[in-house]
Structure formats: structure tokens, C-alpha cells
Ligand binder design. Structure first.
Ligand SMILES: *Cc1c(COP(=O)(O)O)cnc(C)c1O
Length: 373
């Protein structure tokens, strides 16, 4: 049995989380109304430079709300990376629309604008870049394509709180952007999500769909079929406490990522960040220097024996049962398939000591030596 146990992620709840939750309980405001909701939304909007932030119950419903507010519906297509968490594509399906999968760029592993351009068609309604593992997607070229073809740009920033694209925080850089506050994300509320936008009409639509479709001015009148996607005041209390220390959290993650880089550079390939962008470092991901899924899983098993928890990179969505059969794509998804086979997510959270990172790197390089060389 290894002496060290290093989880792949761990939340930091050392701020005002407990005190604020206690305030909710003492005040009895534990449901989806209360001060903390407004304070959390306002704080989050200020943080990412958005006019509006709308809290909801998780990052998946945040994506669903974003697409509903944009009017995505039956017959529409939304361009989604194949290399992402399943929620990005599921939200498209919830609208009875079809995700159109796109390959990744080598380097950042984010949406490849050239492949996006190839897949825009008469049914395309929106482009959904995902800032994978905290690395900003190529919003310049993608925004250009969206403008040229009259498409909406929806940022799935679930993994990228605080990431900067050319000096501006991701989230509100397209028409609408979404975040997740799941337990392993950079900011957590246990479960939770946020939608951000600068567009007042979209903000109204987001609030309408989130609250059962109830007319904000007339109780029990429902102009549309909405959803109960509300966040509770208790979740918002945790979220507000998290936001009070978000800069420190990001700095700690940057320290951990830099340490990985210094230890692994020249030995293993790490995910790249575009020049001028700042990665939020949700997950440091290493590409093993050869082999495929079996070898990667072999390295992960050796690391598990050393007490180091890892995760595989997401399996590409075009190969998952709900998305088969997909439209034949002669080009395929070579970059995404390769990254998914050789990519390994390493423990990444602010509480990791330099010595922990050094230990992970030492065991990782030893495992690679045994399995791949
Ligand atoms: C976590 C995540 C989501 C969904 O968030 P939940 O809060 O778990 O519903 C969506 N997209 C991506 C890329 C994610 O990593």
C-alpha cells in the first residue's frame, strides 16, 4: 500500500462556506429565494465582466437554458467538439436539435475552426466552443465564422472559471456562456451552474425558462414550457464564499500547473495554451509518448498503486452510443481520437504541495518507462 493518497481533485471549503450556510439555516431561507442568490450572481457577473449572471442548478441545465434562450429547436444543428464532457452534446439533444461534431486542434485540443467551417450548413444555428480543461478555445476565428454565417456563439466555460482570452475573461465573449459548479470544478457549490450574457433579452429568456416559464409579472401564468432549474440560497451561500477566494484558488492552480510543466517538459507533451491566453488550469493533462488506450490505462493502474488518482481524457462523443450512428464524416476526428487515447488527467487542485506534484511526476515518468518504452 502506497503511503501517499493523492486524489485527482479536492474542493477548498476553508473560507466562509460554513458560516454562510449556517446563516441560511438560521434565517430559514434555504430554498430558491434569498440574499445569497443575488449576491452570488452579482459577484460572478463582476468577476467575469458580464452584464448579467443567472444562477441555476447545474452546468448542464445552464447549457440547456442558453440554447433555449437562443431559440435552438427541432431541426437545428449546433456545432460541438467531439472531445468534451457529454453534457455539451446532451444539452443540444434536450432541445431536439442535433450536435454536429468537430475535431480538435493539435496543441490546445479545442474546436478546430477549419473543421467548424467545413461543417456549417443551412441548419446550423450555433457554435459551442468548450474551453477544455481550462484552456481558452480559439474565439477569434470562431467568432468570425459565427458573425459571417449569422450564428450564435455559446461558450461552455464549465471548466474555465477565470481563464483569459486575449486579456478578457471567458464566458461573456460570445452571445451567452455557461459555467458549472460541480464538486470538482474550479469554483463549486456542490451542484450548480451559471449562465452569463451581456444581452438583456437573453437574460429575460434565461430567467423565464429557469423558473418554470412563469411570467415574471403575473404569477401562475406560463407563456412557455419552462423548467425548474433553480439554484438554492444554500448553494449560492457556498458559491459566494468560494468567489471571495477565487483569485487565490486560481493562483494556487497556476503554481501547481507550472510545477508540473517544469518537471515534465521535454519528457511528456502537455496541453498547450494559445499565445496571449491564460489557462484556468482545471486539469493538467499529459499526453503519453506512445501506445494507445491500453497503455494509458496501464500507466493509470500503476499510478493508482502508488496512491495517485488520475482520469482518462473524455472519450470522443461521436463514438458514444447515444450519438451513433452519426453523419458519416470522411475526415474523421484524428486529433480528438489520439488525445483521448493517450491523454491522462493528473491531480490538479490548489492544495497540492510542490512535493506532491514532484511525487506524481516521478511516479508517472517511472510508469511510462515501464509500460511504453
Ligand atoms: C462539468 C461540465 C459540464 C456540466 O456541468 P454539471 O454541473 O456537471 O452539469 C458541462 N460541460 C463541461 C465541458 C463540463 O466539464
Amino acid at each position: 500500500m502506497a503511503e501517499r493518497r493523492i486524489p485527482v481533485s479536492a474542493p477548498d471549503l476553508s473560507g466562509n462556506e460554513a458560516a454562510y450556510v449556517q446563516e441560511c439555516l438560521a434565517s430559514t431561507w434555504i430554498s430558491s429565494k434569498g440574499d445569497f442568490l443575488e449576491r452570488f450572481e452579482q459577484r460572478f457577473a463582476e468577476f467575469c465582466g458580464a452584464r448579467f449572471a443567472i444562477a441555476c442548478n447545474n452546468g448542464t441545465s445552464a447549457l440547456h437554458l442558453a440554447l433555449l434562450a437562443l431559440g435552438v429547436g427541432a431541426g437545428d444543428e449546433v456545432i460541438v467538439p467531439t472531445l468534451t464532457y457529454v453534457a455539451s452534446a446532451n444539452a443540444v439533444r434536450y432541445c431536439n436539435a442535433t450536435p454536429r461534431f468537430v475535431d480538435s486542434l493539435p496543441g490546445t485540443w479545442n474546436l478546430d475552426p477549419a473543421d467548424v467551417a467545413r461543417k456549417i450548413g443551412p441548419r446550423t444555428k450555433a457554435i459551442m466552443p468548450v474551453h477544455l480543461f481550462g484552456a481558452p478555445a480559439a474565439l477569434g476565428p470562431l467568432g468570425g465564422l459565427a458573425a459571417e454565417h449569422g450564428l450564435a456563439l455559446v461558450e461552455d466555460a464549465a471548466e474555465a472559471h477565470g481563464a483569459l482570452h486575449q486579456g478578457r475573461m471567458v464566458g461573456p465573449l460570445g452571445n451567452v456562456g455557461t459555467f458549472s459548479f460541480y464538486g470538482n470544478k474550479i469554483v463549486t457549490t456542490g451542484e450548480g451552474g451559471m449562465v452569463v450574457t451581456n444581452d438583456p433579452a437573453l437574460c429575460d429568456a434565461l430567467r423565464l425558462y429557469k423558473g418554470q416559464g412563469q411570467d415574471p409579472d403575473r404569477a401562475y401564468r406560463f407563456p412557455v414550457v419552462g423548467f425548474n432549474y433553480r439554484m438554492t440560497n444554500v448553494q449560492a451561500a457556498i458559491g459566494l464564499a468560494q468567489m471571495e477566494t477565487v483569485e487565490a484558488k486560481l493562483a494556487a492552480r497556476a503554481r501547481v500547473a507550472a510545477r508540473y510543466r517544469s518537471r515534465l517538459e521535454g519528457r511528456l507533451t502537455l496541453q498547450a495554451t494559445s499565445p496571449g491566453d491564460v489557462n484556468a488550469n482545471w486539469m493538467v493533462v499529459a499526453l503519453l509518448p506512445g501506445g494507445g488506450e491500453a497503455e494509458r490505462d496501464g500507466v493509470a493502474a500503476l499510478l493508482a498503486g502508488d496512491g495517485v488518482e488520475t482520469r482518462p481524457v473524455f472519450y470522443p462523443l461521436h463514438s458514444q452510443p447515444p450519438y451513433l450512428p452519426h453523419e458519416p464524416d470522411p475526415g474523421g476526428y484524428p486529433v480528438a481520437v489520439d488525445v483521448a487515447a493517450r491523454g491522462l488527467c493528473l491531480p490538479t487542485w490548489g492544495g497540492l504541495a510542490d512535493g506532491d506534484v514532484d511525487y506524481v511526476c516521478e511516479r508517472l515518468l517511472a510508469a511510462v518507462e515501464r509500460v511504453i518504452r
